[in-house]
Design a binder for this molecule. Structure first.
Ligand code: ZN
Length: 207
């Protein structure tokens, strides 16, 4: 975990999710970052989130880990060495206020423990990613289900865009956007993050 460098997050990368929040479907990738203090590995423990700033929403996302310095022309399979499932926790009401004022999203997206991540697994290759869905289960019920095939901007587009505008190297991770179905969490909720049938990580929410 301490080898993680930059935490990039892609917003509005699934049509159905952009629409559920009444956002326009973007025509170029839309990025924000989180501080490394936001990062926490989900290994079954209780995770503390803010309770005094309105609703906290879950956003389950596929997370890719960059394994070497970026060079133009490197394919996804060449530069990504590991993957995980993550939750981009969001203070939705705070975000709404920030959006209205045209301010950056950091206050809504960058709080401690806002970037939950499962232990990494080896990257299986972009083609085989399409055969497996990732999902979030809340108290035993599936609440989000996604597949890279439904992304607006492919992993390759995201990687090239991040590298061109911000830089990309070993130890950087990218939260690649959430599918539809985001919602609020409550104190005591149990969350499990699945890759296909396999649970890669879980946590219990404390508010
Ligand atoms: Zn997100």
């Amino acid at each position: 975990m301490n080898s993680i460098q930059n935490i990039y997050c892609v917003g509005r990368n699934y049509v159905m999710h952009a629409k559920e929040l009444n956002n326009e479907v973007p025509t170029s990738p839309f990025l924000f970052t989180k501080p490394t203090h936001a990062l926490i590995q989900a290994t079954g423990q209780e995770i503390q989130l803010p309770s005094n700033r309105g609703e906290v929403h879950y956003e389950v996302e596929l997370v890719i880990h960059i394994g070497k310095p970026y060079k133009l022309g490197l394919s996804v399979d060449e530069i990504v060495d590991k993957m995980a499932i993550g939750i981009d926790f969001t203070l939705r009401e705070v975000q709404g206020e920030l959006k209205k004022k045209g301010l950056p999203w950091l206050l809504a997206k960058g709080f401690p423990n806002s970037a939950v991540i499962t232990p990494f697994i080896p990257f299986p290759g972009e083609e085989s990613l399409k055969k497996t869905n990732f999902s979030l289960w809340k108290n035993g019920e599936r609440v989000q289900n996604g597949n890279v095939e439904d992304m607006i901007f492919s992993l390759q587009t995201q990687i090239d865009f991040v590298a061109e505008h911000f830089g990309l190297s070993e130890g950087d991770i990218i939260y690649t956007g959430t599918p539809a179905g985001v919602g609020a969490i409550a104190h005591g909720d149990h969350l499990s993050l699945r890759w296909g049938e396999e649970t890669l990580g879980e946590c219990k929410i404390s508010l």
